[in-house]
Structures are given as C-alpha cells and as structure tokens.
Design a binder for this molecule. Structure first.
Ligand code: NAD
Length: 335
C-alpha cells in the first residue's frame, strides 16, 4: 500500500508530461497508452523488441510528429537521448501462451529489463511507473484482492516465470525508490480487453471472439464457473495515466471489479457476435486461478478513478475491431 498521502498532481511535475518513454509500446496496452499520450500532447519515445507486439499496432500514428518508435530489447541496453519526464515500463510477454513459450525472456525482462528502465528514470530524474499484474496475487486466498494482500504464488509452477518476474520487478522498483530516491509507482493491472488483442494469444476473450466469428465451438476451460473481472482498455489507460500524474507510490490495483464466470463471458460473446457457436468444455491449465477480482477502493479514493465503459459496450467495440482487422483484414490470424 502507499505510504504517503497522494495528491492529484505532484508539485513541479509537468502534467501532462512533456516527454515520455514507453517500453513495450508496440504491444496491446502499450499502443493504447502511446495513442492517449500523443492525444494529450506528450512526446513519446516507444521502445519495443517486437517480441510479442508489432509496429502494426501503431501504424495509425506512425507519422505523428510526437512519436519515435525504436526497436530495442531493453534487456540489452536502454539509451534515450534528451529529457524524459515519465518512464512507463510495460515491456514483458503478458499472456500465458507467450510467457509459457518465452520463460527466460519473461524472467529477463522482469529483472534485467526493469533494472535498465529504472536506471533510465534515475538518470533522467523521471517518474517511473511499473506495469505489474494481478498475477502477483497468484491463486488468491483473499477475495477480492486488496493491495496489501501478499498473494499465493507457486514459484516453481508453470506460471511462476511471469508471477515471480513481476514480484521481483515490484521489489526492485521499491528498492530504487528507497535507495536512489527515484519517483516510482506500481500499478497492478487486472485482466484487460479491447481492440489489438491477438486472436491466438490464448486469453479467453480474444479466443472466444475469434472462435465465435469463425462459427467454431467456444472452448471453455473446466466447468467455466471460475470467475474473471475484465476491464476495457480505455478505462485502464485512464487509470494508468491518473496514477502517473499523481504522487502515489502504489501498488494500486486498476481493474474492473465486476465479476463474471468464464462461461458467462463465452455466452455473452456468442450473443455479441450473433454467432451460432456452441460451448465445449476443455481441460483447465495448471494453477489457473479460481477467482480474480480487484479491490479498487484505493484507486477510487486516491485517484478518483473508476471504470466507465460497460461490459456490453466494451465487448461490442472489441468484436467490431476483430471483424474489421482480423476477419476482413486478415491481421494477426497466424497461430
Ligand atoms: P503485449 O505482449 O501485447 O505487449 C508487451 C510488449 O512488450 C510487446 O510489444 C513486446 O514486443 C514488448 N517486449 C517484450 N519483451 C521486451 C524486451 N525485452 N524489450 C523490449 N520490448 C519487449 O502485452 P500487454 O497485454 O500489452 O501487456 C503489457 C504490460 O502490461 C505487460 O508488462 C503485462 O505484464 C502488463 N499486464 C497486462 C495485462 C493485460 O490484461 N493485458 C494484465 C496485467 C498486466
């Protein structure tokens, strides 16, 4: 939990920031954050190795004079000339399919990559924001999860590479604040959905939307009674930028507390796509959490943040994007 009383904007800090570095800029969340920063008049240097993201996610702003997208693996080095007010550190494989395929890369970007991103913030005197995750709570024994819950993680389970990388990244971020006085913040992001998710990234919503649009059965894990809380990407971006411009240290949960069963999500996707697909029940992944719901009291009281986009609305926007970009455009259809 935060150890200081936050204020909406820290004194002496440019708000909106003049120049921000976004690691993982070409990913799902990174690209939406870049878009919103540019819209608010912030110059952006995007760093990305294109490991799980693609420059196509930023194609619509590629010619924007405020954007520089640089191919760079931040576990090798990070070098950004000029002033920087804000470092948003998002680089990391994030979907289970990705981090199970890329375990060492995931641990390296959470450790060495975070070290480099923190070093950049320290050199530039910039605010630093770590994109952490609800996965630090593991398969939680406290429900919903407040920020002061320490979690229930299996370090040697298959998901340990991601969960422990983020837990280490949180510890490193805290140490840089305490030891070097870097102005840090930690956001714990809960499941987020929206346009630019990859159809084969293995997460429930893009998988269901892809299957429904193709008229295939929707593969629901287990009995589908496990729950998820999903936040529309625009709400998440607003929450992250509110945290960035506050002086709150975090961790702060950002997510939508509305909880649904996975089965309900599948049924809603079938309805939203107008598909005739049926549901089939398949095996559940090891260490798949049974429940997941953020306690967002801190974000509400300290940042005045709450989600605004209704589930049905967010789902409709996501389906519309999938129809246009994936089905019609053929983008990201490779498995
Ligand atoms: P994503 O895979 O779409 O984006 C991650 C980006 O990081 C990709 O563009 C990838 O190429 C880049 N990257 C990976 N390793 C890199 C490296 N070594 N150097 C430079 N770039 C590198 O994932 P996302 O869903 O956009 O997630 C972004 C961040 O948010 C991640 O840190 C993730 O842990 C966190 N997060 C996401 C969610 C969610 O629901 N999407 C939930 C919790 C936390």
């Amino acid at each position: 939990m935060s150890d200081e009383t936050p204020s909406p904007a820290a004194p002496g800090r440019a708000d909106p920031p003049r120049r921000a570095v976004v690691t993982g800029a070409a990913g799902f969340l990174g690209s939406h954050l870049v878009e919103e920063l540019l819209r608010r008049g912030t110059e952006v240097v995007g760093l990305d190795s294109f490991l799980t993201g693609t420059p196509e996610n930023l194609a619509h702003v590629a010619e924007h004079p405020g954007l520089r997208l640089v191919r760079c693996d931040i576990t090798d080095y990070v070098h950004v000339p000029g002033d920087v007010d804000l470092v948003l550190h998002l680089a990391s494989p994030a979907s289970p399919v990705d981090y199970l395929k890329l375990p060492i890369e995931t641990l390296k970007v959470g450790s060495i990559g975070t070290l480099h991103a923190l070093g950049l913030a320290k050199d530039k005197g910039a605010r630093f924001l770590l994109a952490s995750t609800s996965e630090v709570y593991g398969d939680p024994q406290v429900h919903p999860q407040p920020e002061d819950y320490w979690g229930h993680v299996n370090p040697v389970g298959p998901r340990g590479v991601y969960d422990e990388a983020k837990r280490y990244a949180e510890a490193l971020t805290t140490a840089y604040r305490q030891t070097h006085g870097v102005d840090t913040a930690i956001v714990r992001i809960f499941n987020t959905f929206g346009p630019r998710m990859r159809p084969y990234d293995g997460r429930a919503i893009p998988t269901f939307v892809r299957q429904a649009l193709a008229g295939e059965p929707l593969t629901v894990a287990g009995d589908g009674l496990q729950t998820r809380s999903v936040c529309y990407v625009d709400d998440l971006v607003r929450g992250i930028l509110a945290l960035a411009s506050s002086d709150l240290t975090g961790p702060v949960n950002i997510g939508n507390p509305e909880e649904r069963t996975v089965r309900q999500i599948a049924e809603d996707v079938v309805a939203a796509t107008g598909s005739r697909s049926s549901l089939v029940f398949v095996g559940r992944p090891v260490d798949d959490p049974q429940v997941r719901r953020p306690d967002t009291a801190l974000a509400a009281s300290a940042l005045g943040w709450k989600p605004e986009v209704e589930w049905a609305d967010g789902l409709a926007r996501t389906v519309a994007w999938f129809r246009e970009a994936v089905v019609a455009g053929g983008a990201g259809t490779a498995q």
